[in-house]
Design a protein around this ligand. Structure first.
Ligand SMILES: Cc1cc2nc3c(=O)[nH]c(=O)nc-3n(C[C@H](O)[C@H](O)[C@H](O)COP(=O)(O)OP(=O)(O)OC[C@H]3O[C@@H](n4cnc5c(N)ncnc54)[C@H](O)[C@@H]3O)c2cc1C
Length: 306
C-alpha cells in the first residue's frame, strides 16, 4: 500500500468516529460549502444556472445515503421526487444522480427497485436522465441487479462502475447486452485489498482500460475524473479511433478543477459537474477530503480558525 492509500484509509477511518463527525457537522459547513452547492434544491438549481454560463451542465445530487429504515428512505425518495417538477420548465439539460441506498437498498432490493421505478417515471416525464451512483463493494451485486431490471424498463437510466474494484471488468462485460450508459470513476470508498487494487497506478491503468473498452463497445461513456493525464489520453484515444464526441462526455465534481471544466467545455466537449446539495453532507465531504492531503490541511486550518 502506498502513501496515497494510507492517507485515504486513515481519513476515511477517522471520518467514521462519532466525535469527529459531530465536531465537523457543527463547525464545518463553511468548509464543506467548497464542495457542496448548498443545503436546498434551489441552491443546486442556482449553481447549475451559473455553470451553464460557462457551457458546463449540472448533475443534481441530493446528499444522503445508507439510510437505515423505511421512514428515512421514504423521506429521501419524496425529496428526490420534488426535483422533477422544480426543473420541468427550466431550459438546461436535466440530469440527476441517485444512490440506491437512499432508496432503501439495505432494507430490501425490491424496495429500491420500486422507488427507482417511481423516480425514473417522474424523470422521464420531464426528459431527465438518472444516473445510479455506485457505492461500496458490499452493495455492488444488488446495485447491478436493480440496475439490470430498471434498464430493461427505462431508457433514461445509467450506472457507475469503479476502476478500483477487481471485479469491475467482468461486471462491465456482464452488462454489455443492455447497451448501458456508463460513468467510469476510480472509486471513493474504503475497500480492502481482497476486493480492490491498493496501488494507485493499478487503479489508473484499470481506469483507462475500462474507458477504452466501453468506448470501443459503442456505449455512451461518462469519463468522471479530475486527472488531466487520463483526460488527455482519452481525448487522443477518441480522436485516433474516430469516436464521435456525442458518444462520450467528461464529468467532474462541483468546486474541483473548475478551470479544467470550463476549458473542456470551450474545446467543444460535453462537460457536466456533479452538484451535491442537502443537509446530509458529512459523508460526501469526508470522501473529498480523503482524496487529497491538501484538503485535510484546509479543513484543519478552518477548524482551528473557525
Ligand atoms: C462526476 C463524478 C461522479 C462520481 N461518482 C462516483 C460514484 O458513483 N461512486 C464512487 O465511488 N465515486 C464516485 N466519484 C468519485 C471518484 O470515484 C473519485 O474518488 C474522485 O473522482 C477522485 O478521483 P480522480 O479520478 O478525480 O483522480 P485522482 O487521481 O484522485 O486525482 C487527480 C487530480 O484531481 C484533483 N482532485 C481529485 N480529487 C480532488 C479533491 N477531492 N479535491 C481537490 N482536487 C482533487 C487533484 O488535482 C488530483 O491530483 C465520482 C466522481 C465524479 C467526478
Amino acid at each position: 500500500m502506498n502513501v496515497d492509500q494510507l492517507y485515504r484509509n486513515a481519513v476515511l477511518g477517522i471520518a467514521g468516529n462519532t466525535q469527529i463527525k459531530q465536531l465537523v457537522q457543527t463547525r464545518g459547513w463553511n468548509l464543506a460549502s467548497r464542495f457542496v452547492a448548498g443545503q436546498t434544491l434551489q441552491s443546486a438549481i442556482t449553481a447549475t444556472q451559473q455553470l451553464e454560463r460557462d457551457g458546463v451542465h449540472g448533475i443534481l445530487d441530493l446528499l444522503g445515503e445508507m439510510v437505515a429504515n423505511r421512514q428515512q428512505s421514504d423521506a429521501c425518495v419524496r425529496e428526490i421526487l420534488e426535483i422533477f417538477p422544480a426543473i420541468a420548465t427550466l431550459s438546461f439539460p436535466k440530469y440527476v444522480s441517485i444512490k440506491l441506498s437512499q432508496l432503501g437498498l439495505d432494507i430490501s432490493p425490491e424496495l429500491a427497485l420500486e422507488n427507482g421505478r417511481a423516480i425514473l417515471s417522474a424523470a422521464k416525464n420531464v426528459d431527465c436522465f438518472v444516473r445510479i451512483d455506485m457505492e461500496d463493494s458490499p452493495r455492488v451485486d444488488k446495485t447491478l441487479e436493480v440496475f439490470r431490471t430498471l434498464r430493461t424498463e427505462f431508457e433514461n437510466v445509467g450506472l457507475v462502475l469503479q476502476s478500483m474494484l477487481r471485479r469491475t471488468e467482468a461486471d462491465m462485460g456482464g452488462l454489455s447486452d443492455l447497451k448501458p450508459n456508463l460513468r467510469i470513476v476510480k472509486g471513493a470508498y474504503l475497500e480492502s485489498a481482497s476486493v480492490a487494487f491498493t496501488d494507485k497506478a493499478a487503479v489508473d491503468l484499470q481506469y483507462r482500460r475500462l474507458v477504452y473498452q466501453s468506448l470501443e463497445k459503442g456505449q455512451h461513456t461518462a469519463i468522471a475524473s479530475h486527472d488531466h493525464t487520463i483526460i488527455d489520453d482519452i481525448k487522443l484515444f477518441a480522436e485516433r479511433n474516430n469516436i464521435p464526441r456525442e458518444r462520450f462526455e467528461f464529468q467532474l465534481l462541483y468546486g474541483i478543477r473548475t478551470a479544467l471544466q470550463k476549458q473542456l467545455a470551450s474545446e467543444g466537449y460535453t462537460v457536466r459537474a456533479y452538484i451535491p446539495y442537502g443537509k446530509d453532507w458529512y459523508a460526501y465531504f469526508s470522501r473529498r477530503i480523503a482524496e487529497r492531503p491538501s484538503n485535510a490541511l484546509f479543513v484543519l486550518r478552518g477548524m482551528v480558525q473557525g
